[in-house]
Write a protein that binds this ligand. Sequence first.
Ligand code: 0O2
Length: 234
Amino acid sequence: MRNVTIMTTVSVDEQAISEAKELRDQFQRFLREYEFGMREVETKISILRDEFTHNHAYNPIEHVKSRIKSPDSIVEKVARKGIEPDFDTIRAEVTDIAGVRVTCSFVADVYRLFDLLTQQDDVTVRVVKDYIADPKPNGYKSLHTIIEVPVFLSTGPIAVPVEVQFRTIAMDFWASLEHKIHYKFQGQIPGHLVDSLTDAADAASELDLRMERLHREAHGVRPRELAPPRVIAV
Ligand code: 0O2
């Protein structure tokens, strides 16, 4: 009798383990698609940077950072959005699993890079949120887009969504500090710090303007690199 009980337990455990392994493999395959999409976008950005540097003797990109959303973050977002936790629903509803952040020198570069990336034939623009033209109430500024890029797998092509955020160094500096403060106070930032952050966002915008003006003065007006930003329909 004792032996039978032990055998049953072992067999249930084995099934549970094999199901857990299958789920882990599916999740890794799921995330790998985003990793490939992210690499396609990184390559596009890096080609634009190299081409600019060589052909225009000007590099509009300060740095590029990419990330795949962590499993914990994905689970947290699924819970927050109240969506079904299956792969198809997550694929359709969570569009920022792959993210690329492009930090540019000046606001004009942000829009120029956005145009150069989103006008490529194999890029489909799904969403544009222009928080530069229309900043968030706390002062957050950036140009966000969700694009879809094709990834060619052994089983055929798939379209992978990638969130690309374009911002200036000043906007990035502000966002990174705000993110730390937000995290420290778990979203409940004291009023006086909210006000200081909003002031700092204004100072960052002013700095962007002054630096771009200085750059124009130093290099002369270069309409291709420094065309004034346009407002993009959201
Ligand atoms: P992480 O770690 O950067 O990925 P969503 O949550 O995406 O459904 P929303 O608000 O419509 O909802 O997305 P939105 O406005 O495009 O912003 C998403 C991302 O922009 C955030 O990602 C941040 O990276 C950045 N962001 C937006 N607002 C702020 C802000 O006020 N301060 C800072 N520092 N960053 C901001 P995640 O998922 O929050 O985090």
